[in-house]
Design a protein around this ligand. Structure first.
Ligand code: UDP
Length: 330
């Protein structure tokens, strides 16, 4: 495989590059280094089958040039993290819409199969017991920046899907549910690395709202190989497929688990949503995937439980103490 990974210097993208290189493939990562970092790719520095191109998916000519070198495209580049979306709505919208358009159009032009990474955010406030791929989307106003992310990602899926149908190229959309693991930074909002940073520093653990909102965290080590396998499974073509974990936890229980697993003396500090994200912010009460489609298509079965996931992040953060701590006040 000659793979192009957009967002290859990011958290999930860099693990995908590692995985593809480990499988013997050639990889070109395209990243504008906005939320990605060179340290995520340190281990691939100088590797003969790996190249990092610094540039934006908004640069249509560059995207065309890079995609032309590959036969497979993994499109992961996106404005990510609730704080990024809320603080930079226009920039985020541009990246998430036009960036995807550029990448998918280039893949189609050059006859490359492609995967577009979407998100569980597309289901919005639907808090059903196991969101299946055909579940309804329940979104607030598109004028609220939080929902603009789901709106843009919904359009991304459509761009991928319609081009996939028209071109007949193998194409897969993956909806990722709270994927976490080493290298993820807490700077843009993600809760697990933030809690681990806070616990290791002995700072208060900032639980938003009452901490009763529930999530199901998935390990990057389960999800990344599944993304590659889905692109090799014809039955998955031109479909959206949920990927994530199965162990549901409330955010306050997650905070307690992190405190326990780090052996920290930190205490839980409850922060009102408006203080964390500004006035009018709406959170998802619950987000739980049904992953049976991935199970049927590629025998997907998460191997990493929550404690293993949290421990892997603690271990990484202890080993890389120079990683910046969460820069946000709350
Ligand atoms: N959260 C929290 N404290 C933090 C960061 C996040 O309580 O310091 C909460 C957040 O409000 C949400 C959940 O943790 O209810 C998951 O947040 P994240 O941004 O990781 O993912 P989301 O599911 O919101 O996309």
């Amino acid at each position: 495989m000659k793979a192009v990974v957009t967002g290859g210097a990011g958290f999930i993208g860099s693990h995908l590059c590692d995985h593809l290189i480990g499988q013997g493939h050639e990889v070109v990562a395209l990243d504008d280094m906005s939320t990605g970092s060179e340290s995520n790719l340190e281990q691939l520095n100088g590797h003969s089958r790996f190249e990092l191109v610094k540039g934006s998916v908004l640069d249509k000519a560059l995207v065309d040039e890079v995609v032309a070198t590959g036969d497979t495209v993994f499109h992961l580049a996106a404005a990510v993290g609730v704080h990024t979306i809320v603080d930079k709505p226009l920039e985020s919208l541009r990246t998430n819409m036009h960036g995807t358009e550029n990448v998918v159009e280039a893949a189609v032009k050059h006859g490359a199969r492609y995967l577009v990474a979407s998100t569980s955010e597309v289901y919005g406030k639907n808090d059903a017991d196991g969101l299946g791929e055909d579940s309804d989307r329940v979104l607030g106003s598109p004028l609220k920046s939080r929902w603009s992310y789901a709106a843009a990602k919904g359009l991304d899926e459509l761009i991928a899907y319609v081009h996939g149908g028209d071109s007949g190229l193998p194409c897969v959309i993956t909806r990722l549910f709270n994927v976490v693991g080493p290298r993820q930074t807490g700077r843009y909002g993600m809760v697990v690395p933030r809690f681990v940073d806070q616990a290791l520093a002995g700072e208060p653990i900032t639980v938003h709202g009452e901490g009763t909102q529930r999530r199901c965290f998935g390990s990057v080590f389960d999800v990344v190989p599944a993304m590659v396998r889905l692109l090799e499974a014809p039955a998955a073509y031109n479909r959206a497929v949920n990927l994530g974990g199965l162990e549901e936890v409330s955010i306050s229980d997650l905070a307690r688990r992190v405190v326990e697993l780090t052996g920290s003396a930190s205490e839980l500090h409850y922060v009102p949503y408006e203080e964390a994200y500004g006035e009018g912010y709406e959170d998802m009460r619950r987000r739980m995937p049904d992953i049976s489609l991935a199970g049927a298509l590629i025998d997907y079965e998460p191997r990493w439980g929550l404690d293993d996931i949290v421990n892997s992040i603690i271990e990484h953060k202890r080993a890389v103490p120079s990683q910046p701590q969460a820069a946000l006040a709350s």
